[in-house]
Design a binder for this molecule. Structure first.
Ligand code: ZN
Length: 435
């Protein structure tokens, strides 16, 4: 009997049968490293697997800071080896577990399936908490049952399932007013540990659906565009971060390796190339997968955008952290032909962001991104699906909390993103898009 249960566990993946052991990060530090030459940077990257480094922030150029988490067992060896390079090293986070314990609340379960809306301007969804995936899906389903203000309509569609069988849901928010519209696609949660991304997408959904502050910019947006939102692209990874807080990849097994997971944002099938900012090693946090588009979570987005890309004017993928509004290309330092259009629209977005809480977002392009990364979803949206305005947005912060952004910062982070998004949409509409 025990043997057969064991076999079933192997067949259906051990993780589904046993609770995953909680991983802690006691004594782990985040180091800030400044390098002086590209050669030193390459040597630094080559130490990733040897010292089990977790790269929290890639530098954009020589002498830009790189943030690296390193465990206590590797700290001395790593710092010694850094001594042979021309680098400046300082400690950004003294104890990662302490940071997580102090600033990261557990995600809450809040089902909307049997609820009534709190009032005509709110679903009752708690926008100041991080939620489990099931709760977010219940919330989306709930919205489709509601009579929303201003005749706004919410519909939900499944884009497919994850490796572990979770449903990846997309909600479409539309208004009956205005001419037939083109679409804007927003997704979050490609990287599991970036909790602020799904929380921000949920915040945007609630505000587009209910427009609680009667914001005229939201009326404008919905009279010009239909908005399609996927809060959690990588639900297996997202759920896994309840136990392993800093998990980044999906949860696929890799044949020939005991290491789990693919970095979905290196897996998209446009100019896919593990040699450019990815890895061929399944144990790496930036493993690009065994072939382009290999992962079901990637395919969910790819198939939808290939079938519907011609209906969209913009694709925004939400990540954290770093406070950046980035446009393609990630695979090369060359710029798209229309980069001035993308740069100008991003400029309006970051100006609106700054005007709200004075937070500065950097507009990035490949010109100032020395270290490219191929296989990203924004490159695919633009190059593979033909969507003109494709961006990766890195939300707050710039490193103090990193992935453990406190729940008290969900609202300001999300509302400034929404302000930026609305300004962005107005810019592209004024340039003839949306029609
Ligand atoms: Zn990310």
């Amino acid at each position: 009997m025990l043997v057969s249960i064991g076999c079933i566990c192997v067949l259906f993946q051990l993780a589904l049968c046993l609770p995953s052991p909680k991983v802690t990060y006691n004594g782990h530090k985040v180091l800030e490293i400044l390098h002086k030459t590209e050669d030193d940077f390459k040597k630094l990257l080559s130490m990733e697997l040897k010292f089990e480094l977790d790269i929290w922030k890639m530098p954009k150029h020589v002498n830009d800071s790189m943030y690296v988490r390193v465990g206590p067992q590797h700290l001395e060896g790593f710092v010694n080896e850094l001594g042979s390079l021309n680098t400046v090293v300082s400690t950004l986070v003294e104890d990662v577990q302490q940071l997580i314990d102090t600033h990261s609340s557990p995600r809450i379960h809040q089902s909307h399936s049997n609820r009534r809306a709190v009032n005509a301007r709110s679903s009752g969804m708690d926008l100041n908490s991080y939620h489990i995936h099931e709760s977010i899906n219940n919330y989306l389903a709930f919205l489709t049952t509601q009579v929303l203000p201003n005749d706004v309509v919410a519909t939900v569609e499944s884009l497919g399932t994850s490796v572990e069988g979770r449903n990846v849901q997309m909600i479409k928010i539309s208004s009956p007013y205005g001419a037939p519209k083109r679409g804007i696609f927003i997704d979050g949660g490609i990287h599991a540990r970036e909790w602020i991304a799904p929380a921000t997408v949920v915040y945007v959904i609630e505000h587009l659906a209910y427009n609680p502050k009667n914001d005229s910019n939201i009326y404008s947006l919905l009279s010009h565009f239909d908005v399609y939102l996927v809060p959690v692209v990588n639900p297996d990874g997202y759920e896994y971060t309840k136990d392993v807080r800093l998990w980044r990849k999906n949860r696929n097994t890799n044949s020939g390796s005991s290491c789990v997971g693919v970095d979905l944002n290196r897996n998209f099938p446009f100019q896919w190339n593990p040699a450019v900012g990815g890895s061929t090693n399944p144990c790496s946090d930036i493993y690009s997968g065994s072939y382009k588009g290999s992962e079901p979570e990637t395919a969910n987005i790819v198939n939808y955008l290939l079938n519907h890309g011609s209906e969209f004017d913009a694709y925004l993928t939400i990540h954290s952290y770093g406070q950046m509004w980035l446009y393609p290309w990630g695979y090369t330092s060359a710029l798209p032909n229309d980069y001035l259009d993308l740069d100008a629209a991003a400029g309006d977005a970051v100006a609106a962001i700054k005007s709200l809480h004075r937070k500065k977002y950097t507009i990035g392009s490949s010109t100032n991104t020395l270290y490219a990364a191929a296989g990203g979803s924004d490159d695919f949206a633009k190059g593979g699906a033909g969507i003109k305005y494709a961006y990766t947005i890195e939300l707050r912060d710039t490193g103090a909390y990193g992935f453990s952004l406190p729940t008290s910062l969900i609202q300001p982070t999300a509302e400034e993103f929404l302000a930026g998004f609305l300004a962005f949409a107005e810019n592209i509409f004024n340039n003839g898009y949306g029609k």
